[in-house]
Design a protein around this ligand. Structure first.
Ligand code: SAM
Ligand code: SF4
Length: 323
């Protein structure tokens, strides 16, 4: 469906849980957060109902995220059902990868085609430090297990944080050179606990300079990479891309909305405005009225975010909104 700015909105990111088995320093406070009580989290049946409603409006792509989506019990069965909904063309998962060594083949069999794996360091000590306890070896195994399972493309998303991993960029590029891995470098966003991490922000321009990729030939540019600007340099098996939410935002072509684990529809990641679809469903409103609420939330999607304004701050952290 079109929003009031004539953007075609057809992609929903669905957070199935606010829980996570890591505590990444730029995403979650050390003490964790107060988890949503179980009864506040949408049931799988409720999520499927909202997917059906969105499909009526022409939505066709869905990404399952969290928190860490693979920790939610029953996730594989849910994905199997979601993929089978008539109208679903693409179902993707974003994960920290820790559970992929055991789950990659099941995800593929359930119908997932693409997977994004978040990984900010290839060194165990540093990874452990950034994630407060994660085992990088598991994630690397998970990446290769995903390739073996036939998930394609396998993307590795690396949030570049000045004080964490600026020196590791070339090692990530090496992965894309040698394997069918699509590395995406992402600018840190001032969300939740990262709202005051401005000093850690690294603009894409600087990342490219470090990598000597300034002069990339436009012919190596991968078309249809969504918000990423992606390239396949000569001799590479995978690709290298950059996602710049701040220094060159892509709001004019944004096609997505987000459904939080507690059933709020957020038309923009960076707007505090949410529509409470869970309460609407649980109060017994007929589907047609819920569809009306859904449609008006999409119609009212803000023109653009205001993250570059210093005053911006959100009460929800990234794992609660669904990254
Ligand atoms: N737990 C899963 C994972 O880590 O992939 C899915 C949820 S996580 C919130 C989704 C993505 O958001 C991750 O790639 C993470 O690195 C990213 N993220 C979290 N906080 C961020 C921030 N402040 N700026 C940019 N990306 C962020
Ligand atoms: Fe968990 Fe993902 Fe947030 Fe890390 S980025 S704490 S893995 S939700």
């Amino acid at each position: 469906m079109l929003d009031q700015y004539k953007r075609q909105i057809e992609y929903m990111r669905i957070s199935v849980t606010d829980r996570c088995n890591l505590r990444c320093r730029y995403c979650m406070p050390e003490t964790g957060i107060e988890w949503l009580p179980h009864e506040d989290i949408l049931t799988y049946e409720e999520i499927l109902q909202l997917m059906r409603i969105s499909i009526q409006f022409g939505f066709k792509s869905f990404r399952i995220t969290g928190g860490e989506p693979l920790v939610r019990k029953g996730i594989i069965d849910f994905i199997r059902q979601a993929v089978q909904l008539p109208g679903v063309e693409d179902l993707m998962v974003t994960t920290n990868g820790l559970m992929l060594p055991d789950m990659a083949f099941d995800l593929k069999a359930a119908g997932v085609n693409r997977i994004n794996i978040s990984l900010d360091s290839l060194e165990q000590l540093r990874y452990e430090e950034i994630t407060r306890g994660g085992q990088v070896e598991r994630v690397i195994q998970g990446i290769f297990r995903s390739i073996e399972a036939g998930l394609s493309p396998v993307k590795v998303n690396c949030v570049v944080v000045r004080s964490f991993n600026l020196d590791e960029l070339p090692r990530f590029v090496e992965l894309a050179k040698r394997y069918p891995i699509h590395v995406r470098f992402i600018e840190l966003m001032p969300i939740g606990i990262s709202s005051d991490r401005r000093q850690d922000f690294v603009p894409i321009k600087e990342m490219k300079e470090i990598l000597g990729l300034k002069e990339l030939d436009a012919s190596t540019c991968v078309k249809g990479s969504g918000p990423a600007q992606a390239f396949i340099p000569d001799g590479f098996i995978g690709s290298v891309g950059f996602i710049s939410a701040l220094s060159r935002h892509f709001c004019h072509s944004c096609n997505r909305v987000r459904l939080t684990a507690d059933g709020k529809l957020r038309a923009c990641l960076h707007s505090k405005h949410e529509v409470d679809l869970r309460s609407a469903m649980r109060s017994g409103l007929p589907d047609a009225e819920i569809a009306g609420l859904f449609a008006s939330a999409v119609w009212n999607k803000p023109a653009q975010h205001h993250m570059n304004d210093q005053v911006w701050q959100d009460r929800r952290i990234m794992s609660q909104i669904g990254g």
